[in-house]
Design a protein around this ligand. Sequence first.
Ligand code: UDP
Ligand code: MG
Length: 314
Amino acid sequence: MDKISIIVPCYNEEEAMPIFYEEIVKVAKNMKKVDFEFIFVNDGSKDKTLEVARNLHDKDKRVRYVSFSRNFGKEAGMLAGLEASRGDYVAIMDVDLQDPPHLIEEMYETLKTEDYDCVATRRVSRDGEPPIRSFFAKCYYKLINKISKTEIVDGARDFRLMTRQMVDSILELKEYNRFSKGIFSWVGYNTKWLEYKNVERVAGTTKWSFWKLFLYSLESIVAFSTVPLSIAAVMGILFCLIAFIMIVVIIVKTITLGDPVAGWPSLVCIIFFVSGVQLFCLGVIGQYLAKTYLEVKNRPVYVVKETEESKCKK
Ligand code: UDP
Ligand code: MG
């Protein structure tokens, strides 16, 4: 009998969890030929998320949980879930029911009958999202796909069902700065895309502010593209060329026309502009250096405080 692991990262989701559990149990009931395990990853929530997970585990042994010592972010949550999973197939889902659970059955059938290793989902609409956010999201996907060799699919969600083989490949990537959308695509394998319209969350509020999303997008660019470094280098060369031409022009001008002391406005403008470019390039290099620094430190991506197994031993 096949087993499907459902990984659910949760951060302050005490309201949404019971609703999610009800729904996913319905799906599990329909799929009689499959075993399930539900892994809730408590990402250092400040509300009763952990208690809800414990209660669910007491009620239903298929529910497992991993609880972090603090908030490590959704990426860490997904990784912890993948590492804890034991199923032949593994799905990642949001707890807010923005990922329709009924799709699991269809995904599973597809993996069983067709030659795919992964069935992933993408949103084709962004209803219920602030227009400004949708606009920046569009720009971001255009940019990243221009400058990165790894394809980042527009509107792709983390909701997907994967085979054990693909999950093992993902777990081989030990990087600290994780950007899953890129990692899923980087490992390759055949992916089928299901499309659906955006669904609004059932309870609680979104954990992503505009600023958080912005930083996340910068992170993904640094993680999956080195084009900004090349841009910095090209800009450097360009400005050297301009400087060289200017030097020649100025020398010739001084020799032929003498040297009237004038033109500091232009000089100040040039200084401002060039130092701006320099600082920008330094910033770009700094970004990569910072990421390298974090990778080299080799810290764990998350710290586990409690799981359903450790709880039993106590
Ligand atoms: N999440 C998490 N850690 C965080 C932020 C979010 O585990 O630091 C979880 C959250 O509980 C939810 C999922 O990630 O299950 C998606 O978050 P959310 O619904 O807030 O994002 P959105 O759907 O608005 O993009
Ligand atoms: Mg959501």
